[in-house]
Design a protein around this ligand. Structure first.
Ligand SMILES: Nc1ncnc2c1ncn2[C@@H]1O[C@H](COP(=O)(O)OP(=O)(O)OP(=O)(O)O)[C@@H](O)[C@H]1O
Ligand SMILES: [Mg+2]
Length: 249
């Protein structure tokens, strides 16, 4: 077997492993949903409205998980084939951070989620839905991989001709040799990802979205001392010129 055949075989194996894992991940919420549906049938027979609503909410949660997984799968495939589309418009990055923060707080009342925003951030050019998808993913990881008393802080600030958004957590951190690998598709850190579900696609998709915006994404972390994921987005050139002039460049 020559080198290229070896690479092909390992790619194929990676692909099959991924499909297997994806099928498993998809099956789980569907199976839970089926069980709740059966319960609902019983409950409707008894005309018990309170538990009816409670069950509907549980179904909704599982359905949302399923939709989220399917979207990630689609985005992952599109990111691989350069087909992940972004609709570029003017948007306010602080509005996006607030939207994501508020929904994370509402869904996770047991976590201390806080934000600190640079109110002077100018309007940026980008796809606000896609950027919110990135922020949402980073917050979701911060919640998923931290244990116990979860403290999460989201910041926005200006750094020269870029705006930086960062998500800081008090979770397990990431070993230095794996910090760049976690942005590869399907890569998961064995020691921390063990019990948490996931496809290993979230950061890969985030990276592709940020790349489409001419930005950068990265992480600062020390094992046992939390992680700070960040991304930067370029300020529009007209804003940049005004800022440089004001700063005396
Ligand atoms: N905040 C964090 N703290 C510690 N480890 C993290 C954190 N965020 C990501 N990781 C590590 O990076 C890996 C890759 O993250 P990524 O979001 O790409 O995938 P995932 O969370 O495993 O699955 P998915 O996002 O597709 O549901 C995770 O499995 C985990 O090991
Ligand atoms: Mg994730």
């Amino acid at each position: 077997m020559d080198n290229s055949q070896g690479t092909q075989a390992s790619d194929q194996k990676k692909y099959q492993d991924f499909l297997n894992m994806a099928a498993h991940e998809l099956r789980t919420p569907v199976a839970v949903l089926k069980a709740y549906l059966q319960m609902l049938e019983l409950q409707l027979n008894r005309e018990n409205h309170l538990s009816y609503i409670n069950t509907i909410e549980k179904m909704d949660l599982q359905l949302n998980k399923l939709l989220h997984l399917i979207s990630d799968l689609q985005d992952g495939v599109q990111a691989n084939s350069e087909e992940l589309h972004c609709l570029m418009n003017d948007f306010d990055i602080n509005d996006s951070v607030k939207v994501c923060c508020d929904s994370a707080k509402a869904a996770n009342p047991d976590c201390a989620i806080d934000h600190e925003l640079d109110e002077a951030c100018p309007a940026l050019k980008g796809d606000h839905d896609r950027i919110e998808q990135v922020i949402h993913n980073l917050i979701a990881n911060a919640i998923k991989y931290s244990k116990g008393n979860k403290i999460i802080k989201i910041r926005s600030f200006r750094d020269g001709s870029s705006i930086i958004v960062s998500v800081l957590d008090n979770g397990p951190g990431i070993p230095p040799d794996q910090q760049s690998k976690i942005f590869e598709q399907f890569y998961r850190v064995k020691t921390t990802a063990g019990h948490a579900g996931g496809l290993g696609l979230g950061l890969f998709i985030c990276q592709e979205i940020i790349r489409k915006h001419d930005g950068k994404i990265g992480v600062k972390s020390q094992e046992g001392q939390g992680s700070e994921f960040w991304f930067s987005l370029p300020v529009k050139s007209s804003e940049r010129q005004a800022f440089m002039a004001e700063a005396g460049y």
